[in-house]
Design a protein around this ligand. Structure first.
Ligand SMILES: Nc1ncnc2c1ncn2[C@@H]1O[C@H](COP(=O)(O)OP(=O)(O)O)[C@@H](O)[C@H]1O
Ligand SMILES: [Mg+2]
Length: 242
């Protein structure tokens, strides 16, 4: 088996707006290995959410290729893409999209149910995961009975519970206070590393980069810089401390 979980080749996504075409993602190529946690950073409008939506198989690219665990998304029938998204990808987006009438535990278990994997063992894992994210007391709460930050953490648990090959998180710490944000990203990093998944986190907070193995910086849809190695990443994370 290859150690490459995700391969992005010459990816382009254009949008037409008022007669003009903008390249939200412009000729981007990179790879992420199993067990590697990567941050995607860049100013607002640089194409981060568009990139993540394509990787989550929620949006088709204009051109280029995305291979997840060796499978080319563009070469798959829609029903196979849906299956791959459900089984191999976990994601949490800015709007956490929890199901309002399900409790924290039920929201997490929902992913297992979809995959036909809900049993006694997986319920214990789901409660353990919620506990690791600081939600042991919140298993039976509905989203409306939790703070924005707690809801965000439920969404993170839901993205991880089915042990996907690729975990995608768009600004998962946006509604968390600083200390909680550090804890959540550190736990996230540990779960990626422990289980040999590939993870991509979008963040505008450079301090969060201290927990990742590599940082991809986007600007105007292009991948403009890669930071790697402990020292270089630490310098970048320190630059984010105000
Ligand atoms: N559905 C869309 N239609 C037209 N333009 C879009 C659409 N989605 C994103 N864009 C544009 O693509 C660019 C990148 O957006 P986005 O991926 O949301 O950036 P980021 O997440 O880095 O803030 C922006 O200029 C944005 O306005
Ligand atoms: Mg965005």
């Amino acid at each position: 088996m290859s150690d490459i979980a995700l391969e992005v080749k010459d990816l382009v996504k254009s949008f037409s707006l008022d007669g003009a075409t903008i390249n939200a993602v412009d000729q981007v190529s990179f790879q992420v290995k199993f067990g590697e946690f990567v941050a995607l950073v860049g100013p607002s409008g640089s194409g981060k959410t568009t990139m993540l939506s394509i990787l989550a198989a929620l949006l088709s690219p204009t051109s280029g290729q995305v291979l997840i665990d060796g499978q080319d998304l563009s070469q798959m029938a829609e029903k196979d893409r849906v299956k791959l998204r459900r089984e191999k990808i976990g994601f949490t987006f800015q709007a956490n999209n929890l199901i309002p009438y399900l409790s924290a535990r039920e929201n997490v278990e929902f992913m297992l149910r979809l995959n036909g994997k809900l049993d006694h063992g997986s319920r214990i894992r789901s409660d353990e995961l919620l506990a690791r994210l600081g939600l042991a007391e919140r298993l039976h709460n509905l989203p409306a009975q939790m703070s924005g930050g707690q809801q965000q953490r439920v969404a993170i648990a839901r993205a991880l519970i089915h042990n996907p090959a690729l975990v995608l998180a768009d600004e998962p710490t946006a509604s968390l206070d600083t200390e909680r944000a550090f804890q959540v990203v550190e736990t996230f990093a540990n779960l990626i590393h422990e289980n040999g998944r590939a993870g991509i986190i979008v963040t505008h907070d450079l301090r969060m980069c201290q927990f990742v193995d590599r940082v991809l910086q986007m600007q105007d849809g292009k991948l403009v810089r890669v930071y790697e190695g402990k020292k270089e990443i630490k310098q970048l994370a320190m630059a984010g401390v105000h």
